[in-house]
Design a protein around this ligand. Structure first.
Ligand code: TMP
Length: 221
């Protein structure tokens, strides 16, 4: 029994978490007997969430880009072995907030690490498992960063806002968007570009249109 592995990708403030919640509700309503697993990266397991804290908090230059890449892949390796692969083997539908494409884009295409080296790390960690479907929410980086800074301004001063990556600046985040557009041409079969500037419901509908056909395999389970 094979499950379905769906990943969500996008720049800062692209609305992934909101859409994952909406799509989770849609899946649960349509397939109440199919197990749904929602996870995120970096994170998803207790040790990987510990690694996340190192990665997303603090000064943008506190670790080298190489360390950043290794920690991202380390957290992902935990998530694949402990959460994603077992769930796929049980026949679950998995919604993952970011996956290997985030490292290809942020650590390779935006930060300058050779993409082949990142994929060698993925091969070492978990045989380069690939998603069945990747939903990329595309948004101009100016707009995404603006959304995030509005969100952070509502957070109390003594709470950490996970803003280490936002602090890398507009140039970096423009390279992130260009990187995602490059990947959408590299993996046309699984990579779906969604206009993240639409209203929330229109985005959800676009995603449902894409995943509904893939979910048909669960109709007679
Ligand atoms: P999030 O805000 O979407 O949870 O992601 C946290 C940050 O980590 C975000 O700025 C993107 C970055 N990131 C990478 O740079 N490489 C990765 O492989 C992953 C999973 C996230």
């Amino acid at each position: 029994m094979a499950g379905l592995f769906i990943t969500f990708e996008g720049g800062e403030g692209s609305g992934k978490s909101t859409q994952i919640a909406e799509i989770g509700n849609w899946i649960t309503a349509r397939y109440p007997d199919i197990e749904l697993v929602i996870t995120r990266e970096p994170g998803g397991t207790v040790p990987a969430e510990e690694i996340r804290k190192i990665l997303v908090n603090g000064d943008k230059n506190k670790i080298t880009p190489q360390t950043e890449a290794l920690l991202m892949v380390a957290a992902r390796t935990e998530n694949v072995h402990k959460i994603i692969r077992p769930a796929l083997d049980r026949g679950a539908i998995i919604l993952c907030d970011r996956f290997a494409d985030s490292s290809r884009v942020y650590q390779a295409l935006a930060h300058g690490a050779p993409i082949e080296k990142i994929d060698q790390l993925h091969a070492f960690g978990f045989d380069n498992l690939q998603p069945d479907i990747t939903l990329y929410l595309d948004l101009p980086p100016e707009e995404g960063l603006e959304r995030v800074s509005r969100r952070n301004s509502d957070v109390a001063d003594d709470i950490e806002t996970e803003s280490r990556f936002e602090d890398k600046g507009l140039g970096f985040h423009t390279r992130v968007r260009d990187g995602y557009l490059t990947l959408s041409r590299t993996f046309p079969d699984r990579f779906h570009l969604i206009d993240g500037q639409q209203n929330k419901d229109a985005i959800t509908q676009d995603i449902i249109d894409i995943i509904a056909r893939k979910c048909e395999q669960f109709d007679d389970r």
